[in-house]
Ligand binder design. Structure first.
Ligand code: ATP
Ligand code: FE2
Length: 326
């Protein structure tokens, strides 16, 4: 009989509770997103948002799944990386639920969860292009660990898009708003900064703002940002694919909701003759389902839960995870 796992996500903007069966059937994916009224994310306000919304999300998820706490075999939560107050709020909710119902508890790595959801989509051993607000990484499994092959040297790509959009007076979140207007026709020259398998986005966004101030249309500037930033991301992923010899690409993170990015990644994969897995948008963004699914992957390989799996770690790096389930 299949088992049921509940997952709690709370690393940054999103509070999420997801329920999935051990054979990969998603029973619920409840999310609530904290949106700052102005400026960037305030960790404590986001944490308050999560503590206000998580109880309701638990209730809604269990109701949608038509389950009771006693039906759950594992409580999995995002141990890190992320914002301290947000992580602690999610972990506290997870602990309270697990302990009050006597269910095992396991803290997992948020970035690895974005990769492992690709397994649910049918990938076996992919390279993950993970583009979100705070994170921009190319990750793959090699020699016993998930390795970060490339990453941003400054800001996350999504935070860059959000910052530009805010400065252009478009509000938050910027990524989807820029996508709507990114029609061109001009392809403007913006800094294309790839160093080996690393990237940087800060100079690109500053230069884009200067182009806007110099009178280029928002349609052309947004289009040029997308073309440049996504080409950089695809180039780096392709290099990681070539380096590792892997034949599968998975997209993850909120920016992977972008249709142009999806198209560029698909073209690159097609040209290399490899497969490209693009999870549904609800599974690309931060969500509880991926946390539950990774928890299950670990447990099904007889992962032994230790005290360490009951804490949070703001700087829990991808390559710190001891991989026992592959
Ligand atoms: P993380 O903790 O993983 O960094 P996050 O809080 O940034 O997560 P996500 O939901 O993964 O959350 O990603 C949010 C980001 O995705 C925002 O920066 C947003 O602008 C961007 N984004 C969302 N949709 C699109 C889109 N269609 N095109 C481009 N960017 C998008
Ligand atoms: Fe994320």
């Amino acid at each position: 009989m299949s088992q049921v796992v509940i997952g709690i996500e709370s690393t940054a903007h999103t509070a999420g509770v997801g329920i999935i069966t051990s054979d990969g059937k998603i029973l619920s994916n409840q999310r609530a997103v904290y949106t700052p009224e102005e400026g960037g994310i305030h960790p404590r306000e986001a944490a308050n948002h999560h503590s206000e919304t998580l109880p309701g999300l638990f209730k809604a998820a269990l109701e949608e799944a038509k389950l009771e706490p006693k039906d759950i075999s594992l409580v999995s939560y995002a141990r890190g990386p992320g914002l301290g107050p947000c992580l602690r709020t999610g972990a506290t909710a997870a602990r309270a639920f697990a302990y009050s119902h006597n269910i095992p508890l396991l803290g997992v790595n948020h970035c690895v969860a974005h990769l492992e959801i690709g397994i649910l989509e049918g990938a076996k051993d992919p390279v993950l292009l993970y583009l979100s607000g705070g994170n921009t990484q190319v990750i793959a499994y090699a020699a016993g660990r998930f390795r970060v092959f490339g990453e941003t040297l400054d800001i996350g790509i999504g935070n860059g898009l959000d910052k530009f959009a805010r400065e252009a007076g478009m509000g938050f979140p910027g990524g989807p708003k820029l996508e709507k207007v990114a029609k061109g026709p001009e392809l403007l020259d913006l800094p294309y900064s790839v160093k080996g398998m690393d990237m940087s986005f800060s100079g690109l966004m500053t230069a884009a703002k200067s182009k806007l101030d110099a009178g280029h249309s928002l349609e052309s500037v947004a289009y040029s940002i997308q073309e440049t930033a996504f080409a950089m991301s695809c180039e780096v992923s392709e290099r990681a694919l070539a380096h590792t010899g892997k034949r599968e690409l998975v997209l993850g993170g909120g920016v992977a909701c972008n249709s142009r990015l999806r198209e560029m990644a698909r073209i690159m994969a097609e040209e290399r003759g490899i497969r490209c897995f693009v999870p549904k948008r609800a599974l690309c963004v931060d969500n509880g389902v991926m946390i539950a699914w990774l928890g299950w992957q670990m447990m099904s390989a007889n992962y032994a839960i230790s005290e360490q799996d009951n804490v949070v770690d703001q700087k829990y790096r991808t390559d710190m995870v001891e991989v026992t389930w592959r």
